[in-house]
Design a binder for this molecule. Sequence first.
Ligand code: FES
Length: 116
Amino acid sequence: MTGQRIICKSEELLEKGKGVRFSLPELGERVTAFAVRFNGVAYAYINQCAHLPVELDWNEGDFFTRELDYLICATHGAQYEPHTGYCVVGPCQGKRLRPLIVDEHNGVISITLNES
Ligand code: FES
């Protein structure tokens, strides 16, 4: 089954700003995800660190490092490339966040779920 979900308006997702969190009941009761904008492009990932199954943001929506160049897990500081989800430093170095398919069209950001 495939489903498209609207996440937010384009204007709500600011460049290297707060991430927009959303739940994904399609993938499990407690599964959450988030969208961020980096270099003008919207990206979305399952909100679960590749190290341990915890959400990345202690403060809701805070996903970027202080330098605004990587996404960071608040628990042990793993840092991920915002555009690939690849972990460049931290206990899960070399692993990845689980990406979602993002579409931005007519001022709206949506994701497409490919469920099997
Ligand atoms: S739980 Fe994210 S770095 Fe350990």
